[in-house]
Design a protein around this ligand. Sequence first.
Ligand code: OGA
Ligand code: MN
Length: 357
Amino acid sequence: MYGSNKAVTDDTDRTEFRKTEKKYKLYYDQNSKRKKKPKQVDLSEVLDFKSFLDSYHQNGELPPEIVVVDCRFDRPVFGLESRPGFYFIPGALSVDEQCRWIRDSLMSFPQPPNRTNHNAIYGPISDLFAAVKERKVLVEDENMPAGLDSGSNGCIGNEDTCRWSFCEEDSVLSRGRSCKSVSASVLLRKLRWSTLGLQFDWSKRNYNVSLPHNKIPDELCQLAKKLAAPAMPMGEEFQPEAAIVNYFASGDTLGGHLDDMEADWSKPIVSMSLGCKAIFLLGGKSREDPPLAMFLRSGDVVLMAGEARECFHGVPRIFTDKENAETTTLELHFCDENDILEYIRTSRINVNIRQVF
Ligand code: OGA
Ligand code: MN
């Protein structure tokens, strides 16, 4: 996953999974390039668990493929007849909970020693979100040779160097053109992932237990245990050890993949959606199986356990237009926090929590 399948372009381009990804992906209308109007897509086949929940509450009715999974949970948990091990909990998180995890995803989860996609280029970056608020710029210190540890910022050797640090915009302008710099707001827009708990090494596609890491924050751990319960064997408790936080801007996608680096596939992956509405594709064990498409809204939680862990899945689309994004409630809650408001209006965050061993 995450670009690890470079050699797949030709063959997978024709798979059923790829065809469906292309169907829902964001394209712009050719003849309205200047206004950048998204091409209309037919959403009539996208499963909508919010409407299933409404109908279930009203008259107990559900479409034939959808089942209520009997469990020890405080709200309806749905499953799909054809995909054992897949669970959908619409609106599992209250708006206050959503706001809390959005705030943490922006301010605390990307903090070192947690790694982000920016580590490989800039080394560890502290306080990115504060730097956005203060309109700071990340600047390279040319006098410090790459590969040497500055000793500050608490970063430790490896490929991580501390050549880059945040500066006031003015001080960068006065240094002239030669110094390399990138604004904090661009870095936030280009933030694609951060990892909590055990750190995942994307280049080796495994968990690298020797990388410095903190435990999953306690409250996230407690929440994940509660959310995982419907997919856990009776009497067993989910043990969150790692989490991957995905950040999506308009046009960003997560290609079809399997999460196969955890030892025990009977344990669920707990996946929380925050921010803009998205389309999630749940395929089968082969890329040739036609995937089911479903909407994921802020506050929805999906569990994938057992057989569903062997199913290809991905996110071909997030909606950032006002009508489809469905972020109005969140926006009201963030009306006093302009930087979060600006971010979440056009972004989606996915926190997915795993038991590794
Ligand atoms: C993942 C994943 C799904 C989502 O990160 O492995 O499948 O909803 N995310 O973003
Ligand atoms: Mn996944």
